[in-house]
Design a protein around this ligand. Sequence first.
Ligand code: AI9
Ligand code: AOF
Ligand code: ZN
Length: 363
Amino acid sequence: MDDQTYMQLALKLAEQTLGQTSPNPVVGAVVVNKGQIVGMGAHLKRGEAHAEVIALNMAGEKAKDATLYVTLEPCSHYGKTPPCTNKIIDSGVRRVVIATLDPNENVYGKGVKCLKQAGIDVTVGILEKEAWDLNRFFFHYIQTKKPYVTLKAAMSLDGKTATKTGDSQWITSEQARRDVHQLRKQHDAILVGVGTVLKDNPSLTARYPDTGHHPIRIILDTHLLTPIDHHVITDRQAETWIFVGKNVTNREKARFNRFSQVKIIRLPTEKLELKDVLSYLGKKEMTSVFVEGGSEVHGSFLKTGLFNQVIIYIAPKLIGGRHAYTGFAGEGFSAMEDVADLQITDIEKIGSDIKIIAERKGV
Ligand SMILES: Nc1c(/N=C/[C@H](O)[C@H](O)[C@H](O)COP(=O)(O)O)[nH]c(=O)[nH]c1=O
Ligand SMILES: Nc1c(N[C@@H]2O[C@H](COP(=O)(O)O)[C@@H](O)[C@H]2O)[nH]c(=O)[nH]c1=O
Ligand SMILES: [Zn+2]
């Protein structure tokens, strides 16, 4: 088997841990000695052992003269765990194959240098694109200290997310709606506007399957209109953070005091600024946010450009109607030269629907 095959295995291991390692990256490692896999591992949770350590502990003596495949440059700094480079050097590994370097300034290039100085043969760049894509949340967060923003909308062939009366259940099929839960699981937070809370009384939990681990629910609610009897307040399934404008009084906030999982964050401006919401979330070490609408919220993310990727589910239905809901409301752009110019990175058929992923260029 060649380097790509073993790196593919390491990437597969890393991919399974998406959503559980935040604010750390996902990392997979495989140890191979004379064509035999003698160890493998993935980083499972922040503060716990790194992937290389797990794989090398499994290999034990067999790590001697072996090759280590790892999807991210081994760390050489003391974070919550000791440097992987020391572990690798002590284990007697002869060669290290790395998919991508780590943009964390504590690490970038230092790990490789450390290993080379210890006489270890290092190869970098095997399946680099795949490894980069897998950790795009972490790489964006570590460089901007803001969460990676995914906008998700489900719409008809003619781009409507609800009929003119607001009816939207359902547009996409059960299969597509379940697929959304996989995406929810991969993100640290799910964000909606209070309009969606009032209209759908959503749970905004990641339920298929329900592992009990749910992203934090973020509600943009300038005037604190979220009803106290709605699921996001009463279901005790996940934390709910409500961002409100400066005019919301302490008395209005106090109504929610008895719900320990509800946090109300009052921003200093009358209207909520998305940049303030995102920097607050970044400071709370949130590396990714999954924005599920509604159309006004999507419109604001579009207008401000504060998003990284868009995931659109399209159902083979036609809703029509000049006043039906569009996926991205708000002001929109006047001139084509100002519109958001994206790159389609993936198209997938999901049951009777299609799922399109598009990324902003160059962010
Ligand atoms: N109406 C549709 C959607 N509607 C999405 C709305 O955000 C709706 O409030 C939430 O999906 C409900 O969340 P929860 O399941 O209670 O956690 N989303 C979809 O993917 N397809 C559709 O047809
Ligand atoms: N998870 C991971 C790495 N994560 C790197 O180390 C930093 C976290 O260090 P710590 O706080 O000690 O866990 C994180 O920001 C990233 O740069 N490195 C690795 O060699 N292997 C791993 O499996
Ligand atoms: Zn490490």
